[in-house]
Design a protein around this ligand. Structure first.
Ligand code: AMP
Ligand code: MN
Ligand code: MN
Ligand code: MN
Length: 287
């Protein structure tokens, strides 16, 4: 049986391909009970998703995936159950969206220097709002410069490649603070993706927990079964709860489709125990 929860997904308001209502319908068709929408550095898709979820009886968790720089690398912190109108979160989003716009211009300049002009316009044609590297990847594929998005990252957009732009995103403590002030829970997204030594990972988890962070993703499209077991243990050791999210962007793109997640490894304390205990015995889960 698939998990009731999927707490990490995207729409075309960041670098996904579906509309919020389409994402909700796909989640419902997969038999999901509760869905979080967590677009990168923005909350524009939340109202439509909330409305669509209400119409079909899906529990909706308003969320966001915040870009953070820690130890010189980009990490992603998911906020779940956030009030999108919270002033701190709003000003954080404005700052990050400004950085994204500046980065997009810089990436386009670097691509032009590499013999690929017009890529800002190309990426913008793939996007509805803020620009991310996946929009550039799709534009490079459309221009015939890459076979598929993964190839575009390995040739042009990934670290050390010609269009890579080093960024200083939000501070870890600030991102956690915005999420908590917005009434949400902070979750480390896809921890196995970060290139951290065992010692650095321990420092990262300790700092996250001490700054008020709540959980880490144990189940994720980015994680192998072995990584799920490893992060289940690490969560427990660091007194963090376990979360689960497909990181769905588009049909066929991620290993786990929206609403099709395996159960957490045995022994995990899940993030949703918090919501379920608040809901009590008789009430339904509300976030
Ligand atoms: P950004 O936040 O704009 O730097 O872009 C990061 C996003 O790019 C991630 O959320 C993924 O959706 C996507 N991405 C990162 N690496 C790859 C890759 N190797 N192939 C395809 N998509 C990727
Ligand atoms: Mn993405
Ligand atoms: Mn991410
Ligand atoms: Mn994501």
């Amino acid at each position: 049986m698939a998990l009731y929860y999927d707490l990490h997904t995207h729409t075309y308001h960041s670098d996904g391909l579906l509309a919020p209502a389409e994402l909700v319908q796909r989640a419902r068709a997969a038999g999901l009970g509760a869905l979080a929408l967590t677009d990168h550095d923005g909350v524009a898709g939340l109202p439509e998703a909330a409305q669509a979820a209400e119409a079909c009886g899906l529990v909706f968790v308003p969320g966001i995936e915040i870009s953070v720089t820690w130890g010189g690398q980009t990490v992603h912190i998911v906020g779940l159950g956030v009030d999108p109108h919270s002033p701190g979160l709003q000003s954080g989003i404005r700052m990050l969206q400004g950085q994204r716009e500046d980065r997009a211009r810089a990436m386009a300049r670097q691509l032009a220097q590499a013999g690929l002009p017009g890529m800002y316009e190309g990426a913008a044609a793939q996007a509805r709002g803020i620009l991310g590297r996946l929009h550039f990847a799709r534009a490079l594929v459309a221009a015939g410069a890459a076979r598929d998005p993964r190839h575009a990252f390995s040739e042009f957009l990934g670290q050390g490649r010609p269009a890579y732009v080093r960024m200083q995103w939000a501070e870890l403590g600030d991102a956690i603070g915005w999420i908590i002030a917005a009434g949400g829970l902070a979750v480390i997204a896809h921890p196995a993706r970060y290139r951290l030594s065992a010692g650095a990972l321990k420092r990262f988890l300790t700092e996250f927990q001490e700054a008020g962070g709540h959980a880490i993703e144990v189940v994720s499209s980015s994680h192998s079964d072995e990584e799920m077991r490893r992060f289940a243990l690490l969560a427990d050791q660091h007194k963090l709860l376990a979360s689960a999210g497909s990181d769905f962007h588009a049909p066929g793109e991620s290993r786990l489709d929206v609403g099709c997640l395996p159960e957490l490894p045995p022994g995990c304390t899940s993030l949703w125990t918090l919501w379920e205990s608040r809901a009590g015995k008789s009430g339904s889960v509300r976030v």
